[in-house]
Ligand binder design. Sequence first.
Ligand code: HAM
Length: 408
Amino acid sequence: MINALRGMKDLEGQNAFYYEKIIKVCEEIVKNYGFNLILTPHLELSKLFKRSVGESSDIAQKEMYEFVDKGGHEVCLRPEGTAGIVRSYIEQKSDKTQSVKRWFYHGSMFRYERPQKGRLREFHQFGVESFGTKSVYEDVNMILMLAEIFNRLEIKFELLLNSLGCPVCFPIYRDKFVEFLNSKETLCEDCQKRKELNPIRILDCKNEDCQKLLSDAPVLNSSLCETCKKDFKLLQNSLRDNGIEFQLDAKLVRGLDYYSKTAFEFINDEIGAKSAIAGGGRYDRLIENLGGKKGYGIGFAIGIERLIAILEQKEQKISRSGIYLCALDELYIPKLLKIATKLRKNRKVFLSYEAKKLAKHLSNADSANAQIFLCMGENEEKDNTLFYKNLENKIEKKLLIEALEKEL
Ligand code: HAM
């Protein structure tokens, strides 16, 4: 017996139905905000991610699926979508002209994490990335899109918001923070590494002793420069104006190192402990860090499996759709094939290739979640009709084959 790898799951049945529903809702909403589809490769050079998510991140430290390909290149399965899309923006030379690009994407991401409910090693994200827009109203739009997506899917959320400052104010804060850390005793082993690579990730540490130690640490968003302060205020006022509630969280630094200014996370507690269902923020520095011309970028990604787990609990039923077409005698199947081909021009048809008793066909139609049942027996074959049953409202009748398209 060969099983799927740990932390990797088949998506089918009810979960596949949720997957399609989530993608459909997300696409409809982001297209109305002017976003277009981009699909980038699942495999990229490892250094793309190391340089973008940062050496200090858990992803770069221990979660990448890396290997050397047959050409001797160090490659890895993408752990997230942003880096590949920034690479594409630069490769298209859009950074040179500071072109405005608004892209959305969905697909698999790979992280070698400890699997648990809502945390997989291969999982799916729906995300957007917007380039070339400095205005804070683009940050507002990111959050409005996410709020609309979750409202449409009837998923509750809490929004956490922070500003990580810019290249002017962030280094001043970092120095203050490191000075504070130097005055304290031991940090956990991970945080000692973080102190060298990217000290503010320590704010995010889950270790209780580290958290206690940080209780009187300098606060990130009270060290912002005038421009960052102004933008952060404008963001908050616009969200309030648009009826979006949020909580400021000065310790929200996110698990990836590329953010500056706006950072946000959408949290939900319907599948046990509070977990992030989406996260994102501004990453203006990343374009330059990956070799492009200085520019502007902002985006978010939603964890689709986490939404599926929430929707699963609400037990929405797959709605019935399509026609189940069948016969009581195999001789009638060629006739049915012709009918099916005609109907399939604009309808879903499940055609049964085997003759069965009426009750068995009805039960198969029910399992297939068909809405309409059509069957040909001896009488129907003679008078060119089909037995019709609506599996939703249970209405039964005979339908003339030539009038089928009009009647259905
Ligand atoms: P992230 O916070 O690492 O951000 O991931 C976004 C979302 O993906 C999380 O909020 C969570 O719902 C889901 N997720 C993460 N890891 C797992 C996992 N192991 N299993 C299931 N779901 C998971 C990013 O990936 C950034 N690229 C987002 C972004 C786009 N920032 C700017 N643009």
